[in-house]
Design a protein around this ligand. Structure first.
Ligand code: GLU
Length: 409
């Protein structure tokens, strides 16, 4: 099944619970606009390469559309559409005044020089600048993009539209970015994990955690969860994994990663495979990399008590059913990783007010938004006797549906 089918399946489950009419289901799942553009650039060797860029705007009933830009070889229109719809539900679950969108370019950024990356980004902005903007659709980082890419986006957009820092979020702090944006998704994951542990009456202090993916999200989640007292026993990245039952020291692991380019070969950890990491006997498993990693093939091997989805779409619907049958609690992506877009919202607000917040304020407000989102989702799950995923969709779809109805079409 594709990412779009998976997203539809989760939507349908919630729509069923809500008794949503067929017409409303179609209205809420049909994207507003799908943009596919040619991104032709001259590479360093003088050759011209042509890439395909996407921006899919899913829904704007609750406000300007919002969502990241992914640079990855597997980016295609189906994946971007699925991710755009997740953004619609995600912004609604944590009650940000936004709709949902997503974009990307089918390219491997690791194969590009900084100059090539910049030219591709600027060319992409040339092609989409008329459909994005502070009141229309605001891009942000996702896999394969970062604050530098966002700085180029702002600079290129401003060549057409003049000073507009709010046209993109996740910018460098030196260039209208928000303090705490980079750590935000990981911090949000940690806040949600702690809230879950409290609800389940299994305190986070001393709980064991395995994290798949040690990029921006996984590494910040690891660091902050360790500060909160959790024991991070295993971590993986695209090249390998490392484990230590007594707990990995995340600061040293980060230095090792900076020096060697990966987590493998860490001197205070033992080697294990990515598949073994997913099957570890831990309290909490955090997938923080690509989508579709927990499938019906490996769900039966999972021994974690809880899964907190830091990645977008890491669990397929078949796997989700198997996990539910085995009473493994899953906190869905649209709640668990909403910290990133939440601090993006704070950045946008600061840009629009020309007023800079202190890091402390960002963290405090993030804590409040994530905790409130978690409590809401938990109550819906209890009240309707559904999984946390279905509850999050019910909450998100309900909010978007009501905005659509009161606003009119
Ligand atoms: N790419 C992130 C996500 O999937 C952040 C999006 C944003 O900040 O707009 O939630």
């Amino acid at each position: 099944m594709s990412a779009v089918d998976d997203a539809q399946r989760y939507f349908d489950l919630a729509a069923e619970t809500m008794g949503l009419s067929q017409n409303m289901r179609i209205l809420l799942t049909t994207p507003l606009r799908e943009v596919r553009v040619q991104v032709a650039v001259e590479m360093d060797d003088g050759q011209v390469h042509t890439y395909i860029g996407y921006r899919i705007q899913h829904d704007k009933a609750r406000g300007p559309m919002k969502g990241g830009l992914r640079y990855h070889p597997e980016v295609d229109s189906g994946e971007v559409l699925a991710l755009a719809s997740l953004m619609t539900w995600k912004t609604a679950v944590v009650n940000l005044p936004y709709g949902g969108a997503k974009g990307g370019i089918s390219v491997d950024p690791k194969q590009l020089s900084p100059g090539e990356l910049e030219r591709i980004t600027r060319k992409f902005v040339d092609e989409i600048q008329d459909v994005i903007g502070p009141d229309k659709d605001i891009p942000a980082p996702d896999m394969g993009t970062n604050a530098q890419v966002m700085a180029w986006i702002m600079n290129q957009y401003e060549k057409y539209h003049g000073f507009s820092p709010a046209c993109v979020t996740g910018k460098p702090v030196e260039l209208h970015g928000a303090e705490g944006r980079e750590e935000a998704t990981g911090r949000g994951v940690a806040i949600i994990t702690r809230a879950l542990a409290e609800k389940l009456q299994r305190p986070l202090a001393g709980s064991t955690v395995a994290i798949q993916g040690f990029g921006n999200v996984g590494s910040h989640a690891a660091k902050i969860l360790q500060e909160m007292g959790a024991r991070i026993v295993a971590v993986s990245d695209a090249h390998g994994a490392t484990q230590n039952r007594d707990g990995l020291d995340i600061a040293s692991l980060l230095s090792h990663q900076a020096a060697t380019g990966g987590v493998s070969g860490f001197s205070h950890g033992d080697k294990l495979t990515n598949a073994e990491l997913l099957a570890l006997d831990v309290d909490i498993l955090i997938p923080a990399a690509l989508g579709g990693v927990i499938t019906h093939e490996n769900a039966k091997d999972i021994r974690a008590r809880c899964i907190v989805e830091a990645a977008n779409g890491p669990t397929t619907p078949e796997a989700d059913e198997e996990l539910a049958r085995r009473e493994i609690v899953v906190v869905p992506d649209i709640l668990a990783n909403a910290g990133g877009v939440t601090v993006s919202y704070f950045e946008w607000v600061q840009n629009r007010q020309y007023f800079k917040w202190q890091l402390q304020q960002v963290r405090q407000q993030l804590e409040q938004v994530m905790t409130e989102g978690f409590q809401r989702v938990w109550s819906v799950a209890e009240e309707k006797k559904v999984s946390l995923r279905t509850a999050a969709y019910v909450l998100g779809i309900g909010r978007v549906g009501r905005a659509t109805v009161v606003g009119g079409i």
